[in-house]
Design a protein around this ligand. Structure first.
Ligand code: AFP
Length: 323
């Protein structure tokens, strides 16, 4: 079995990036251990505070954020970090070569029901200046040098891209190392499975209403086939399923929050997932544009997201052009 470090070497990954990925994944292994013992360590439940997005923080959101922040600051490789749980970027090491953005615990509403959660990360090369500010992070997703997530499920899975395809590694708990188990993941172009929070249906815009209505008509409808539905409520779990067996995932704009362009965050959710999905042959769009081409205007910017099997994403986007 090929270990992560060996595999990165085979792919001629820059040694500094390999080291950084080693530090991130080691920290995720520690988060996985904490999750494993969650109820015993009294780390479930609310932290009693809100993050910058106005969302209630779970204790584990705060703990995993602090763990990653501390681990990355120590490496000397990182100039600064930005996180879902931090209002502004945090400076780390003035000679650091990388900027790292992360959602320390995606899907944290799943923690208390022992369901899927994960850590999502996005890596850019750092600008050549000694101090950084939020504006230095505002670069389109196609400039990412690496992106990935660690899924804390029945197995701990790292899914990673450095721009040479999307690879999956599994944590071998006996040696504490991630080993390659699925090289060059390919998302099937076509699918019969979709993921959307249907409880928001009455709030969606007309194109999404029409698209989902046609999927639900099944074999006798305009799509001529039956569709299955899944919703994990953790993007990391839904995207993992799509990487494994195809599908379309969407969190569209809805008029419940008309001033917000979407729910999901561009820089530490949509961009890294978009990079992984495209590297596996899928597509990742808002309702208008390719996600990786968006010029961000804020580190916590939100976007509508439509991603997954290439042909199905194209079909969904077509509804947004036609209606
Ligand atoms: P957190 O990162 O705050 O846990 O939110 C998870 C998430 O952003 C994304 O991972 C899910 O797809 C989505 O929220 C679920 O949202 P609903 O609760 O509205 O279904």
């Amino acid at each position: 079995m090929t270990q992560l470090s060996e595999h990165l070497l085979k792919q001629n990954t820059a040694p500094e990036l390999s080291r950084l990925l080693g530090h991130i994944t080691d920290c995720c292994t520690q988060i996985a251990k904490l999750l494993h013992h969650g109820p015993m360590n009294d780390i479930l439940g609310m932290a009693g505070a809100e993050n910058v997005q106005g969302e209630d923080q779970k204790k584990l959101d705060v703990i995993s954020n602090d763990m990653l922040k501390e681990a990355l600051a120590k490496t000397g490789l990182v100039k600064g970090i930005a996180s879902e749980e931090e209002e502004h970027c945090v400076s780390c090491h003035e000679d650091g070569e990388f900027l790292v953005l992360f959602d320390p615990l995606d899907g944290s509403s799943n923690i208390d029901i022992n369901s899927l959660v994960g850590t999502i990360f996005s890596i850019y090369s750092a600008p050549e200046k000694s101090s950084i500010e939020d504006a230095d992070f505002l670069r389109p997703g196609h400039e990412q040098v690496a992106a990935g997530y660690v899924l804390y499920g029945p197995s701990v899975i790292l899914t990673l891209t450095t721009g040479q395809g999307t690879q999956m590694y599994m944590l071998d708990q006996t040696i504490g190392e991630y080993v390659l188990y699925q090289a060059n993941v390919e998302i099937p172009r076509e699918t019969q499975e979709f993921a959307i929070n249907a409880s928001n249906q009455r709030h969606w815009a007309a194109p999404m209403q029409a698209y989902i209505a046609d999927l639900l008509k099944g074999k006798t409808g305009p799509r001529g086939k039956n569709f299955n539905m899944r919703w994990v409520a953790a993007m990391v779990g839904d995207v993992h399923r799509i990487l494994c067996r195809g599908g379309i995932f969407t969190y569209p704009w809805d008029k419940k929050n008309p001033d917000k362009p979407g729910k999901l965050r561009l820089m530490y959710e949509a961009n890294p997932m978009g990079f992984l999905v495209e590297q596996a042959g899928g597509k990742a769009f808002t309702d208008k544009a390719r996600i990786l081409d968006i010029q961000p205007d804020n580190i916590h910017q939100r976007v509508p997201v439509i991603l997954g099997s290439a042909d199905e994403v194209k079909t969904c986007i077509q509804y947004h052009k036609d209606i």
